[in-house]
Ligand binder design. Structure first.
Ligand code: NDP
Ligand code: 8X3
Length: 253
């Protein structure tokens, strides 16, 4: 039986690139995101390019009952999930805390922390029953450091860092590996979302240096997911060569 990788936030950026590398390497995929049309397009592309089999599981990670119902609805042959990639996430705004929008805080906390917990619980129970599995979190350099205006986003990614460590302990008795991949700047739709559709501002985040691509991160994810059974990578940080820390860049021009 081919292995199954479930990816949250597969409709864009890092999640989509991860779907590509797992498909290319013979995995079956469970693709999640809210934008179902994008998931459908991706599944068709992966089938054509790699003859990969995908199962679409669109839901909003923030809605616990939707997550539980979706995971429970998986056909038996899709319920043995080998890899869960907790990738769905976002930043909204870059304002100092007193000027921040509490609605944005709620969305970040609900998606990046609560959503990750909902999915980890539902899939973790299946993995526990199977006696094996691997949960991989997409954290961030923002989970290791903080920067002005990024307080709430950084807090959510620090929470991912804490959950990565605690979950590894909780899952240890069941033979389930837990890993975090923490990227620095990656050019995806992340900044377009953060700046609410302001394409010029989003573009400016990546000006003057070469950021990571989503494929660079996908290669790191695939590497940690494919170590021998006795090896776990607890945590890795992947940065652009032109970035040393959350706010320190070597920019030209
Ligand atoms: P994108 O905006 O390109 O992708 C984000 C993905 O998350 C989309 O597929 C989106 O799908 C999904 N998503 C967002 N909210 C929800 C939700 N409520 N339910 C289900 N899916 C959701 O950004 P990235 O690929 O860059 O981001 C992926 C992860 O990487 C995030 O966790 C981000 O914090 C992290 N990260 C990004 C970095 C960067 O510089 N880009 C650096 C470090 C970490 P849809 O809208 O269809 O639901
Ligand atoms: C995304 C990277 O530095 O914009 O997690 O927060 S950063």
């Amino acid at each position: 039986m081919t292995k199954v990788a479930m990816i949250t936030g597969a409709s864009s950026g890092i999640g989509k690139a991860c779907a590509g590398i797992f498909a290319r390497n013979g995995y079956r995929l469970i693709l999640n995101g809210r934008r179902e049309a994008r998931l459908r397009e991706l599944a068709a592309e992966l089938a054509e390019r790699h003859e990969a089999e995908s199962y679409l599981l669109p839901f909003d990670v923030r809605e616990r009952s939707a997550v539980e119902e979706a995971v429970a609805s998986l056909p038996t042959e899709w319920k043995k999930i080998d890899i869960l990639l907790n990738n769905a996430g976002l930043a909204l705004g870059l304002s100092p805390l007193p000027e921040g929008d509490p609605a944005d805080w709620d969305t970040m906390i609900d998606t990046n922390i609560r959503g990750l917990l909902h999915v980890s619980r539902a899939v973790g129970l299946l993995m526990r029953r199977a006696g094996e599995g691997h949960i991989i979190h997409i954290g961030s350099i923002a989970g290791k450091e903080v920067y002005p205006g990024g307080g709430v986003y950084c807090a959510t990614k620090h929470a991912v860092d804490a959950l990565n460590k605690a979950m590894r302990m909780d899952m240890l008795p069941y033979g389930i590996k837990v890993t975090a991949v923490n990227p620095g700047a990656v050019e995806t739709e992340f900044s377009l979302v953060r700046f609410k559709g302001d394409a010029d501002r989003a573009k400016s985040v990546y000006r003057g240096y070469t950021p990571l691509t989503a494929d660079d991160v996908a290669e790191a994810v695939f590497f940690v997911a494919n170590r021998p059974p006795h090896v776990n990578i607890d945590d890795i940080t992947v940065m652009p060569a032109a970035q040393a820390g959350a706010t320190r860049f070597r920019k030209e021009g």
